[in-house]
Design a protein around this ligand. Structure first.
Ligand SMILES: Cc1ncc(COP(=O)(O)O)c(C=O)c1O
Length: 456
């Protein structure tokens, strides 16, 4: 019986994996306001040069600095567990494994990049980081990382999540961070959003605009911006998840799983688990790689691959990605971390290249899956993570129908202890599925016509 596979401290990966040089066709560059590829120096107002270099790097393996490893070792290597009770419940011949990223102090994978970003900023002389947060997992993770490395932290939290999850703010404050609901009156762009959409639940796109403005408008130059997903360097830091998983599976004689699954908001936990296996796939392994998104915010399955801004205010460079349009405001579902109009350019590129096959799942099926999970495996997961579990259950049932002993691996991106209000609504029958009408998507897509098309 293999209930879990643990790595020793000395077995922790010492390098991150950068997928960029391994793609058969290169991902498209970010574009600046002049329509030309962004040059590194153009990003220095918001990021330290070390992170910009990682963002644009073509180097396959990048060393993890010792102080970052030291911080990661607080909770890493994370366990690889086998979900035998769920397998039995489903009567499936599939073997279900998952990486448990809920073991970090703030309770999710977000801490993996938070400590790396805080470290690189600290050594570059940054005094304060600004950021956005959806469900509050990222804002908590960055607040913790800033506490560990001696930085101040200001978090713009999407209004609806701020109201749904009040204890996330307390958690951020406990780690010394400041948390304001977004849109806010603290920034010019926030005031514009409030004027335009007075009753808005907010969105990650809006909160990103506010956090970027808060960083660039600090004339001391000591404030930088930090993003919890989407960008290449963030995905890079998360690859430690998949690299550990490969070592753990090897210990029990499995080279590659047949199916790899992760929920996808901006794409970082999915990519973190999947990219090391995508490398194997590019080298010939047969692996189904599935990013899972909410049916109410279906950027990968119903959006277009197009150049678009990463934020609603149009402050970020244009990125080639699957998008619903940067003015799209997703329904206020409980998986706040999946309410993003776009998708990481690298995850989008992997879909364009046929390396990943996305699926979208409605909210109620995800909550059903999370409850089945809690009642079989015991753990309470975040609503974001429940999307990965719902897809895993679909795949396990498929394996049963096909009579195949498949190995399924998914990423348990975070625990749900701060999400009990969502579970309460589910039990009270107050949650519903949001089927996004096609005309809504068409309307959002119209806003893209002003940007260049993306052709790989
Ligand atoms: C627990 C959890 N999982 C997944 C996500 C989605 O983000 P990403 O797609 O970057 O992994 C979030 C974002 O807040 C999260 O909190």
């Amino acid at each position: 019986m293999t209930t879990k596979v643990i790595l020793e401290n000395h077995e922790i990966p010492r390098q991150w994996y950068n997928i960029v040089p391994d793609f058969a066709r290169a991902p498209l560059p970010y574009l600046g306001p002049d329509g030309l590829p962004v040059r590194p120096e153009m990003m220095t107002p918001i990021f330290p040069m070390s992170l910009i270099e990682q963002e644009m790097s073509n180097q396959r393996w990048i060393d993890i600095p010792d102080p970052v490893l030291g911080a990661l070792l607080r909770w890493r290597p994370s366990p690889l567990r086998r979900a035998e009770a769920l397998e039995k419940f489903l009567g499936t011949p599939a073997k279900i494994f998952y990486k448990d990223e809920s073991v970090s102090p703030p309770g999710s994978h977000k801490a993996n990049t938070a400590v790396a970003q805080a470290y690189y900023n600290k050594i570059a002389g940054t005094k304060m980081l600004t950021t956005e947060t959806g469900a509050g997992q990222w804002g908590s993770a960055l607040s913790m990382a800033c506490a560990l490395f001696g930085l101040r932290c200001k978090v713009f939290m999407v209004r609806i999540s701020f109201d749904q999850k009040p204890f996330r703010k307390v958690l951020m404050e406990l780690w010394g961070g400041e948390c304001v609901p977004s849109p806010s009156n603290a920034t010019e762009v926030g005031r514009r959003f409030l004027e335009q959409y007075p009753d808005t639940p907010g969105s990650l796109g809006m909160a990103i605009s506010e956090a970027v403005e808060a960083a660039v408008s600090d004339s001391s130059g000591n404030t930088k911006y930090s993003l919890g997903s989407v960008l290449n360097h963030v995905l890079l830091h998360q690859t430690i998840i998949g690299l550990e998983a490969k070592k753990q599976l090897a210990k029990i004689g499995i080279k590659n799983p047949h199916v790899v699954i992760g929920c996808a908001g901006g794409g970082s936990n999915f990519a973190g688990l999947a990219f090391p296996f995508m490398k194997e796939k590019m080298e010939g392994a047969q692996i189904d790689i599935i990013p899972v998104e909410p049916a109410s915010c279906p950027s990968l399955t119903r959006g277009v691959f197009h150049y678009d801004h990463g934020d609603t205010g149009g402050m970020t460079p244009l990125m080639a990605m699957h998008t619903l349009g940067s003015t799209f405001i997703p329904e206020p579902i409980h998986a706040g971390g999946l309410r993003y109009h776009g998708m990481s350019p690298l995850v989008s590129h992997s879909v364009v290249e046929g390396l990943a096959t996305p699926c979208a799942i409605p909210q109620l099926e995800c909550f059903d899956a999370a409850v089945t999970w809690a009642r079989t495996e015991g753990y309470v997961v975040a609503p974001e993570t429940s999307h990965a579990i719902a897809a895993t259950i679909r795949e396990a049932k498929k394996a049963k129908e096909e009579g195949k002993e498949k190995v399924i691996l998914f990423n348990l991106s975070g625990h749900g202890f701060m999400d009990l209000a969502g579970y309460a609504k589910y039990f009270n029958g107050e949650l519903k599925n949001y089927d996004l009408p096609q005309e809504e998507i068409e309307k959002a897509k119209e806003t893209l016509a002003r940007f260049p098309t993306a052709k790989v």
